[in-house]
Design a protein around this ligand. Structure first.
Ligand code: 5GP
Length: 267
């Protein structure tokens, strides 16, 4: 597939035109940022881990009837996607209190949120992604009431599928952020679902397995991404507790999975 001109460059991904109007290429770069870009680094192979995990989740969700923008992996850090008209909302589903909800509200970290709490932020870095409510979303014409209803329903479905999938590998899905777009009248999941956009805890140890390792200097973020990518992508084939070999990918594999998903020794 021919990669054309750059359409958009975000903090960790770039989007390119292709020869086909309705298809774009998303490149997952090795950049990592936190705190509105206040902390920045480039970490070798980081893009391929996030691309591989996102592709795995998109394929898994599609199999379960969730419409996404994913078409196919082109190499280990680029995917072809359907062109969507993106809706500037960050839809966050929370199963356990952590992060900003603990900083801003009187929740104790680790408290189970049942039913899950959906928080929707306005995707606008210049305003630091302020939290919205349904009335504001409609008044700002970001989404219609019926689109909003659909978005929340899909977000909760995704939460159920991914929580169950990750639980098989002993991983607790604490929270995650997703973004949606329109393809005609159809709402599809866009952007990415990866360690950068999820909060994942080891069920037993409560160790962070996501970008919090980078945000809060909790250890070697690439070692964590390597280990967790291997665990996530083994989740479907190997229920928790089953005897299994770690998923070892040869360097340069073109499966769309990270080239080195071999679990490393524990830090
Ligand atoms: P919090 O509001 O606690 O900072 O984030 C809640 C969840 O949404 C976390 O899993 C976090 O990684 C994700 N999240 C929130 N805002 C963003 C964002 O701007 N970019 C990305 N990649 N993830 C976000």
């Amino acid at each position: 597939m021919k990669q054309g001109k750059l359409l958009y460059a975000g903090k960790a991904k770039s989007v390119f035109h292709t020869g086909t109007r309705d298809t774009l290429i998303v490149e997952f770069r090795d950049d990592i940022t936190a705190f509105d870009g206040g902390k920045k680094d480039t970490l070798k192979n980081k893009g391929s881990y996030n691309a591989g995990v996102s592709a795995f989740f998109f394929e898994y969700l599609e199999k379960h009837g969730v419409k996404t923008h994913f078409l196919q992996m082109l190499d280990n850090h680029r995917m072809a996607v359907r062109r969507l008209e993106m809706i500037p909302l960050e839809v966050i589903v929370r199963n356990v209190a952590a992060g900003s909800i603990v900083r801003n509200y009187p929740f104790k970290e680790g408290t189970k949120l049942d039913p899950p709490v959906i928080v929707i932020d306005f995707k606008d870095d210049s305003r630091h992604d302020p939290m919205l409510n349904d009335d504001l979303i409609v008044a700002l014409k970001l989404a219609t009431p019926s689109e909003l209803k659909k978005i929340k329903k899909i977000a909760l479905e995704i939460n159920r599928f991914l929580s169950a999938l990750l639980a098989k590998q002993g991983i607790l899905l604490v929270d995650f952020k997703i973004e949606f777009g329109r393809q005609g009248k159809t709402i599809r999941l866009g952007d990415e679902i990866s360690m950068d956009s999820m909060r994942l805890w080891d069920k037993k140890t409560r160790e962070s397995l996501d970008k919090d390792v980078y945000r809060f200097n909790k250890g070697d973020v690439m070692a964590t991404y390597n280990r967790v990518a291997g665990r996530i992508m083994n989740a479907e084939a190997h229920p928790a507790g089953a005897q299994k070999k770690p998923a070892v990918q040869k360097k340069g594999a073109v499966s769309g999975r990270p080239a080195a998903a071999k679990p490393k020794a524990k830090k």
